[in-house]
Design a protein around this ligand. Structure first.
Ligand code: HAM
Length: 447
């Protein structure tokens, strides 16, 4: 028996119906926030990711040389493609750009709970606006997406952090510029590995200072209020006007906006979030289940220099965005009994007595389908009893019965497969009759 590759999934029709249902919710919520859908190639030049995504993703690429000798890779994330699209038309696109995308991504990771090698992401990005109001709008969208799927702030939290606060911390400790990104990387990983490993990594980067540095990191990570962050940033400040003072103001604007947008209950300040991707420059966040059991539901943040880099410096647009993954979302919904069972049966099942009745039923199937009904009928001739049993199993809402008697009287019998009630209707007004029956909520059994 052949199998799919590890970390890839087959979607049988019921699975796909569920996925499509969730995606329809995500698309609808994005439109409510006035985001527009776009698309980009699944296959991109390898360099796009080697240069832009950072080391971790570079080791996880599915890549190959195509027949034309080009080094190409399946997209592991969307952000570099999006930045390229925007950089190419930066002048002519209306700002701010608010775009979303739903599509498949590929990373060669070890398959495990919440992590596969092929997965879908919903991406939303807001480009051309540098103020924290853009970050707030994105976070509000993320919270709405999760809520509209049935989740609430007791089940998930968006953990909010800031790379600039971390940079100011490193500057305050006079850490040399060339060591800063490696240190942020160690801080990023510190929540996922044991303290000894973190200490060892810190000692390698800052010989003799590892322990003191780790204590200072832990102290910063323990801050979870706006007041705490403001106080800390002011301790880095030299004046009322410097970057640390401005950053305290940005935090205030962001938190106030999130409060006004009604999603503050879903937000936790957590400076333990640093994010592994190379391009982030400001506020960053990840959504997690509060049970703490699974991998992130979503992650994102501000990346103000990526578009400038991709345009060779010709256009410089501030940008911010996030991606929500379908694997952890479906796991979380399932764990909370919120994964919907989607009914994929037809609307109507046509049952015909003999040859003549079948001709009329097929003609009706054609006009009913044109009218928008999902219609099915047995492909082989079968007795009435078997057809009724099949109709029951099909998941159809109504059966339309074409018997000898009905045909002679120019009628069709409508049977409500839930209540079992029946009604004979004029063949010529079948569609109007069906609409009226649906409007009445089905056929009731006469008492
Ligand atoms: P990311 O944190 O790498 O961010 O991925 C975002 C989400 O995609 C994760 O939280 C997770 O739900 C899902 N995901 C990632 N890798 C896997 C995997 N191997 N299996 C299943 N799900 C996965 C980004 O990709 C950024 N480009 C997001 C972004 C958009 N930043 C700005 N704009």
């Amino acid at each position: 028996m052949s199998e799919h590759l590890p970390g890839f999934r087959d979607f049988y029709p019921d699975d796909l119906a569920r996925r499509n249902h969730l995606f329809a919710i995500l698309r609808e919520v994005a439109v409510r926030f006035d985001f527009r859908e776009f698309d980009a190639p699944v296959l991109e030049p390898l360099d796009l990711y080697l240069e832009k995504s950072g080391e971790e993703i570079a080791t996880q690429l599915f890549h190959f040389t195509d027949q034309g000798g080009r080094e190409v890779a399946l997209r592991p994330e969307l952000t570099p493609s999006l930045a390229r699209l925007v950089a190419d038309k930066a002048e002519s696109l209306k700002k701010p750009i608010k775009w979303f995308h739903l599509g498949e991504h590929f990373r060669y990771e070890r398959p495990q709970k919440g992590r596969l090698r092929s997965f879908f992401q919903f991406n939303a990005d807001l480009i051309g606006e540098a103020s924290p109001s853009a970050d707030a709008e994105l976070i509000a969208l993320l919270v709405s997406l999760l809520e509209e799927c049935g989740l609430h702030s007791e089940i998930f939290q968006v953990r909010l952090s800031d790379r600039i606060t971390w940079s100011l911390f490193l500057e305050d400790r006079k850490v040399p510029q060339e060591k800063r990104s490696d240190l942020l990387d160690v801080i990023d990983k510190s929540s996922r590995r044991d303290p000894e490993a973190t200490l060892e990594a810190l000692e390698t980067l800052l010989p003799g200072e590892g322990k003191a540095f780790l204590d200072a990191v832990d102290e910063l990570k323990s801050i979870d209020t706006l007041e705490g962050i403001t106080e800390r940033l002011h301790s880095f400040s030299q004046s009322e006007e410097d970057e640390a003072a401005r950053r305290a103001e940005d935090w205030k604007v962001l938190i106030n906006r999130l409060e006004s947008l009604g999603c503050i209950d879903a937000i936790t300040i957590d400076l333990g979030i640093v994010r592994g991707l190379a391009y982030y420059t400001g506020f960053v966040y990840e959504a997690f289940e509060t049970s703490g059991e699974s991998r992130a539901l979503a992650g994102g943040g501000r990346y103000d220099h990526l578009i400038s880099k991709l345009s060779g410096g010709s256009s410089d647009l501030p940008a911010s965005g996030f991606a929500l993954g379908d694997v952890t979302l479906a796991d979380c919904l399932e764990a909370n009994g919120l994964l919907p069972e989607i009914d994929v049966g037809p609307d109507l099942y046509l049952i015909a007595g003999g040859q003549d009745e079948r001709v009329v039923a097929l003609q009706d199937s054609s006009r009913l389908r044109k009218a928008g009904y999902a219609v099915t009928y047995p492909l082989r001739e079968q007795g009435f009893g078997k057809q009724f049993r099949e109709a029951g199993k099909s998941g159809a809402v109504f059966a339309l019965v074409y018997g000898e008697e009905e045909l002679a009287a120019g009628k069709v019998k409508v049977k409500d497969l839930t209540s079992g009630a029946e009604k004979s209707v004029e063949s010529g007004s079948l569609i109007e009759e069906l609409l009226a029956i649906e409007e009445a909520g089905g056929l009731a059994v006469e008492s």
